[in-house]
Design a protein around this ligand. Structure first.
Ligand code: AMP
Length: 183
């Protein structure tokens, strides 16, 4: 099962993604985690991605698509995975469709975690990640609204999108996610 998990920064997507991969029993593909790992390892990819990430901007599509393409070659992903933090714009969504179509394994479902902006800012300021300064937080929210929100429209038009209310305790949110997956 190939599932895309989308949500604004600070929506609690990381926590829910951990639980969701266990529920679905598929590998977790988080482009943010892979990029942070590349930065900490000092790879070429990390060096190229670093400035964008620190500014809260999207890393260029070609870098991200290279990571995803390589990932999809892994035999462990043959039967599915959870894409977390990807796709972040319509170009990436189109590229993913193409990559999955080439493998005859189209996307099964897209889950969108919904949380109000005020609550997102409150949560991000509380988690103290190095790329969570008030400037990058507002930049990432703008990027989400301008570039990632159109991805939701893209999937809605393809009847793949289910919106999940992301407010409440982690258990409450996960119960809604679980219901949406039918598991
Ligand atoms: P995340 O952990 O998903 O919030 O990602 C952290 C940062 O990594 C983002 O603010 C972007 O700079 C970068 N990033 C992660 N995934 C992508 C993607 N699919 N496309 C472009 N940039 C990304």
């Amino acid at each position: 099962m190939f599932v895309v998990f989308i949500g604004p920064p600070g929506a609690g997507k990381g926590t829910q993604a951990q639980r969701l991969v266990e529920l679905l029993n598929v590998p977790h593909v988080s482009t943010g985690d892979m990029l942070r790992q590349a930065i900490s390892q000092g790879t070429d990819l990390g060096k190229q991605a670093q400035n964008y990430m620190q500014a809260g901007k999207l890393v260029p599509d070609e870098l991200v698509l290279e990571i995803i393409n390589e990932c999809l070659d892994d035999p462990r992903l043959q039967n599915g995975c959870l894409f977390d933090g990807f796709p972040r714009n319509v170009e990436q969504a189109e590229a993913l469709d193409q990559l999955l179509a080439n493998r005859n394994t189209p996307l099964n479902m897209v889950l969108e975690l919904q949380v109000e902006t005020q609550e997102l800012v409150r949560r991000m300021l509380a988690r103290k990640r190095p790329d969570d300064t008030s400037e990058t937080i507002s930049e990432r929210l703008i990027v989400y609204k301008n570039q990632t929100a159109p991805v939701l429209q893209y999937y809605a038009e393809r009847n793949l999108l289910t919106a999940i209310d992301g407010t409440g305790t982690p258990d409450e949110v996960f119960a809604r996610i679980r219901a949406a997956t039918g598991r």
